[in-house]
Design a protein. Structure first.
Ligand code: MLT
Length: 201
């Protein structure tokens, strides 16, 4: 997968996996990584799917309606890419914390829904429920931050609550942070994610 990697100042810190929103690329979330943990390695990946020229991490059939078969295929593809990247760049495969926004948060959520050890934790900015009706792996000890919007037109507040509850049923430890700026990623939300990260890692 197209990506960039930045070496850590401190190799004991987690590797931050950056996953952009629809139409973004691997450059977009770099400023967030610096805010969250300036000593961490950064692996920033570009989604392999194009929708009218816009990179995404998996196909959708319509706004908010995911192509489940492609979601499962792309989630596996990303998980295998993480295995390879850990070998190539010599970072700890068990110590990856994802930071995803929108479509990138959705594939990060999907990694957790499908693979017990894909991620050590995740910051999900404006995620949706990636899939319903499946048994999640045991996510005991995995911290997850969800940044949600009370008035997010893409992800209704009720769906953010549903995602929290599905992750908690799988034993993840979830903090749900509310903003009221629609689907936007705001400084307030990034500040809250930074505090959460510093308490958890
Ligand atoms: C998705 O398709 O993953 C969500 O609708 C968010 C987005 O617009 O990217």
């Amino acid at each position: 997968m197209k990506h960039l990697f930045q070496k850590p100042n401190d190799p004991s810190r987690p590797t931050l996996l950056l996953l952009h929103g629809t139409g973004g690329n691997e450059q977009d979330l770099l400023p967030l990584a610096g805010r969250i943990d300036e000593n961490a390695a950064v692996l920033s990946v570009r989604g392999n799917v194009l929708e009218n020229g816009m990179p995404r991490f998996f196909r959708r059939l319509a706004e908010g309606v995911f192509d489940e078969e492609d979601l499962v295929f792309r989630t596996n593809e990303l998980n295998e890419f993480l295995d390879q990247a850990a070998v190539e760049y010599k970072f700890d495969r068990q110590n990856i914390v994802a930071i995803g926004y929108s479509n990138g948060a959705n594939i990060a959520g999907s990694l957790m829904f499908h693979y017990q050890d894909a991620l050590r934790g995740a910051i999900l900015h404006h995620p949706m429920v990636p899939r319903r009706g499946i048994q999640l792996p045991d996510l005991c000890g995995k911290p997850v931050f969800i940044g949600a919007g009370t008035n997010d037109p893409i992800c209704p507040a009720q769906e953010s609550e549903e995602l929290k509850s599905l992750l908690e049923k799988a034993n993840a430890s979830v903090q749900l942070h509310w903003e009221n700026h629609g689907h936007q990623l705001t400084f307030g939300e990034v500040d809250a994610a930074e505090k959460w990260y510093k308490n958890n890692f």
